[in-house]
Design a protein around this ligand. Structure first.
Ligand code: GRF
Length: 227
């Protein structure tokens, strides 16, 4: 049975580090209107994102992966922590643990992830280093529904980000992060407003079926300077 539509849609954000995407979700004008961050769960006890949540009066839990000998036990504890917040959507934002097919299949709510590349290109880690090494002229951000394939679920939306000849790892990361922070709250808002749907890996926005790379959005980058 599908969970009832609720506005604002209660979401749980799973983090593991800095939490800058969490901050963007907290700061967005649709937070508390369309979606509501009911809780933040970290798999590391010292993740800076936990401080960001506390600052915003959002309850937190830590399910420290290092305390579990087996992934199955970690995932049971994680699912219990998620249930505690009664969400309708789970957001991965720097959560650095792979969730098993068992977890994803049993999960009663959709799970959405943000990835710093134009999927299906550059799955996995160290995307910025790899696109620079490959001499790519553009990269981007993808937001996708999570399936049992790593970085492989159906894509909801992408933003393309230019790469300039003078870019360094730092300048490129900064530009991509700006696009991440712009895109993630927007896609979560679509979902919360019941406009974005994933029905058996067919993604629709306002009833229109999206292409394999999801909704293509542009963000105003001006000559290598983030405007
Ligand atoms: C982001 O680059 C996100 O795309 C990736 O992990 C990073 C998390 O950064 N999945 P932050 O913790 O939100 O700052």
């Amino acid at each position: 049975m599908k969970p009832e539509l609720q506005i604002p849609c209660p979401v749980v954000v799973l983090i593991g580090g800095n939490g800058s995407n969490l901050q963007a979700l907290i700061d967005h004008p649709q937070h508390k209107l369309s979606y509501h961050i009911a809780g933040v769960i970290s798999h590391r006890e010292n993740a800076y994102g936990l401080n960001r949540a506390t600052q915003a009066n959002i309850p937190t839990l830590t399910v420290d992966h290092s305390q579990f000998a087996e992934r199955a036990a970690f995932e049971i504890a994680l699912q219990q922590a998620i249930q505690h917040f009664s969400p309708r959507l789970i957001l991965l934002a720097g959560f650095m643990r792979i969730l098993s097919p068992t977890f994803i299949t049993a999960c009663p709510y959709p799970v959405i992830n943000i990835h710093p590349s134009l999927l299906p290109d550059y799955k996995g880690l160290h995307t910025h280093e790899r696109v620079l090494e490959a001499g790519e002229k553009e990269t981007g951000v993808s937001i996708h529904f999570v399936t049992d394939e790593l970085d492989g679920g159906p894509i909801a939306a992408q933003v393309r980000v230019p790469i300039f000849s003078h870019d360094t790892l730092v300048s490129l990361k900064t530009r991509v992060f700006e696009a991440e922070h712009w895109l993630y709250p927007q896609v979560v808002t679509w979902f919360a407003q019941n406009r974005l749907k994933n029905d058996q890996n067919v993604v629709t926005l306002d009833g229109e079926r999206l292409g394999p790379r999801g909704m293509q959005l542009s963000y105003p980058f001006v000559q290598g300077i983030v405007s």
